[in-house]
Design a protein around this ligand. Structure first.
Ligand code: DGY
Length: 325
């Protein structure tokens, strides 16, 4: 190893040009532990790794024990629920993430979930594909207006706020939001109201979750909360699956209390083959596509690479989530 070069373990595929930025300065091993044939290479590289970059893999304290030289973990995601934050801090390992660059794309996805569930887009497209469009559709296939409906947003971070702008300014929707603190947004003055959770659930026609997964939000939407939603309301989730008790959601749908749900995230991903959410007639499931566009995934990879290189050079990364102790 040349002087100054460090060992970097890339645990999810990176665009070629971003990989080249790292390889110009450091020694790189690419091994995706989610691919069984690459797991051994990942394990073998851990003891020497000073930088880790990737996403969608749970990093445990036990894994950190096997990476004693680690200085930085650079996640290609905004969510950090896959990382043991306290253990990283105890060991003085920096954690970086990718806020900002995926906000608008993920808000587009959440709004697509709202449109899909309300206007039954996937169901009606399948109606055409499966050869059942042989006469004008009847009331049994009509949807529900989105414009003018009251939208309740759970979580009012960057993504929740971007959903609120789409709803309030584009679709004339009164917005309620549940968040630890009120957020002053001049462009939404008088259009978005900070309310307690129970009030939001009781008043919203459509509830959209954009929550991170934390100890406070895990299982937040349970039987009590779904029962408090308006009869015939819609639930969508573009945050983290484990903020929802999925059995309670299914129960609310099966009881006819909720109209429909559209979900981009699940407690277990990929969604198990036997999950009833895969085939429920009033659930539209998506494979966690929140930020999955060419432009945004590239921007995330570039920011994560910059974070990694800055940390390995001893500078403060642009998007530091948790400073090392
Ligand atoms: C994130 O960045 O946390 C998203 O969930 C990935 O799409």
């Amino acid at each position: 190893m040349s002087a100054g070069r460090k060992s970097v373990l890339v645990f999810r595929e990176l665009p070629e040009d971003q990989l080249a930025r790292i390889a110009a300065l450091h020694d790189v091993t690419t091994a995706n532990p989610r691919k069984p044939e690459q797991l051994a290479a990942f394990e073998a590289a851990l003891p020497g790794a000073q930088g880790l970059i990737g996403s969608s893999y749970r990093i445990t304290p036990e894994l950190l024990d096997r990476a004693p030289r680690l200085e930085v973990v650079s996640s290609i995601s905004v969510g950090v629920d896959n990382y043991p934050i306290a253990s990283l801090q105890e060991r003085g390992i920096l954690l970086c993430h990718t806020p900002g660059v995926l906000t608008e794309t993920t808000a587009d996805t959440v709004f697509a979930l709202i449109m899909t569930a309300s206007r039954r887009l996937v169901e009606l497209s399948n109606h055409v594909r499966e050869g059942r469009w042989d006469r004008n559709i009847g009331e049994d296939l009509f949807g529900w207006d989105v414009h003018g409906k009251t939208l309740g947003i759970l979580g009012f971070g960057r993504i929740g706020q971007a959903v609120a702008r789409r709803a309030a300014l584009g679709f004339g929707m009164p917005v309620l939001y549940h968040n630890p603190a009120a957020v002053e947004l001049p462009e939404l003055a008088g259009r978005a109201t900070h309310v307690p959770l129970d009030e939001l659930l009781a008043r919203a026609d459509i509830v959209a979750a954009t929550l991170p997964l934390t100890e406070q939000t895990r299982g937040l939407m349970g039987p009590r909360e779904f029962a408090r939603m308006r009869p015939g309301a819609i639930f969508v989730n573009g945050g983290r699956g484990a903020t929802v008790q999925e059995a309670a959601l299914l129960q609310a749908l099966d009881a006819g209390h909720l109209r429909a749900a559209a979900l981009d995230v699940f407690a277990v991903e990929p969604l198990p083959q036997d999950s009833p959410l895969r085939r429920h007639p009033r659930v539209t499931p998506l494979p966690h596509i929140g930020s999955a566009t060419h432009e945004t995934r590239y921007a995330m990879a570039r920011l994560a690479t910059t974070n990694l290189l800055q940390a390995l050079a001893g500078s403060r990364p642009d998007a530091l989530y948790a400073p090392g102790a």
